[in-house]
Design a binder for this molecule. Sequence first.
Ligand code: UD2
Ligand code: MN
Length: 381
Amino acid sequence: MASTMSRLMLGRTLERICKAVLLLCLVHFLIMMILYFDVYSQRFDIFSRFNNGRGANASRGPHHYYYNYSRPNTTFPSYLPGADQLLPTAKPEANRTRPTPKPIPPCPEVPPGLVGRLLIEFSSQMTMERVQRENPNVTEGGKYTPTDCRPKQKVAIIIPFRHRDHHLKYWLHYLHPILRRQKIDYGIYIINQLGEDTFNRAKLLNVGYTEALKDAEYDCFIFSDVDLIPMDDRNLYHCYDQPRHFAIAMDKFGFRLPYAGYFGGVSGLSKKQFLKINGFPNEYWGWGGEDDDIYNRITLNGMKVSRPDVRIGRYRMIKHERDKHNEPNPQRFNKIQNTKNTMRKDGISSLTYRLASVKKYPLYTNISVEIGKPPPRPIKG
Ligand code: UD2
Ligand code: MN
C-alpha cells in the first residue's frame, strides 16, 4: 500500500516536472521569436521606412552609424537588401491591390546610408577622368538629385577659385559621393577669378550666389574653400534654422575651433539668411578678415551661428603655401571693426562684375569672372 502511494506521488511529481519543462520551452520559444523579429526589423530598418524616416533612425541617434576607415566612399553595404527590396515580401497583398507606383516620399532627416567617420588622404594620384568614372550619376554641370526621395532644399555649393585645379580634383572625388549619400539635391559652382589681380574670396562668393540663382531656384547656399574635405558624412550639407558653420574642427587648428567667432572654411546660409545680411562684403581684397566680417553681419542682424558636434565637424585641409596675389590684407583689422557701418552699403546690393563665361563640365559648372581690383590706396601726406 505504502509503495503504491509513493509510486503515485513520484508519478505526480514527474508529471509536474514535465509540465514545467514544457512551459519553460514555450516561454523560451516565445522569447526567441520576439528577439528574432526585433533584430531583423532593426537590421533592415523596415520600420523607419514605414515612418517616413522619422522613426528608428532618428531616435536611435549616432550609435546607429559605424565607422569605416577602409572604404571612404562606399554606399550602403550591398550585402544587405535595401528596404525597398524587402517591402514587396513584407506586404505582398498591398502590392497586388495597388499596382501604380507609390509617389516618392520626402527624404528622411537622417539619411540611412551614411558611413560616419571617413578616411581622407591626398597622396593617391587623382585625375578628372577617374572622378568622372566614379560618379556616373552626376549630371552635366555637377548636378545631382536623389531618385528615391524628395529633398526639402535645393543646395548650391559655391567654391571661390583660382589656379587650384589639383585641389579641385580631390574635392570632387570626396564630395560627390558624400553629398549623394546625404541625399542632397545639389549643383556645384566653381567661381573662377580671371586675371592676376588681388584675390577676393567674399566677392567671388557673392558672384556665385547670383549666378547660381540664374541657373536654378536654389534655396540654400554652401560656401566652401576648394581645399577643405569633411572627415565625417554626418556633417550634412544643407541649410539650418540659423546660418551654419560646418568646418569647426580642422586638422590645421588641432581639430578645435580657433576662436568663438570663427566662420571660415565652409559655411551655409539659406537665401533668406543671406539677404538679411546683404550678402558678403565686396571690399576685402587679399587674405583674411572677410570671414570675420560675415560673422559680424550675422550677429548684428540678430542671428546666431549654428554648428555641428565637434566630433562630426572635422575637416582636412590640403596643405598649401599662400598663393601669389592673395597676400594678407593689412586693412582687415580696421575693417572688421566697422561692419555695422559698412554692411548696408557693401554687399550683394552693391555687387558689380563682368561675367566672362559659364561652362558646364560633367562634375561642376565653371563661372569665370572679372571682379576688378582693389581701389588705389589714398596717398599719405
Ligand atoms: C582661411 C579660411 C578661408 C578664408 C581665408 C582668408 C580656413 C580653412 N579657411 O583659408 O575660409 O577665410 O583664410 O581669406 O581657415 N583661393 C584660390 N586661389 C587663390 C587663393 C585662394 O582658389 O589663389 C580660394 C580657395 O578656394 C582657397 C580659399 O580661396 O581654399 C581660401 O584661401 P587659402 O586656402 O589660401 O586661405 P586659408 O587656407 O588660410
Ligand atoms: Mn586653404
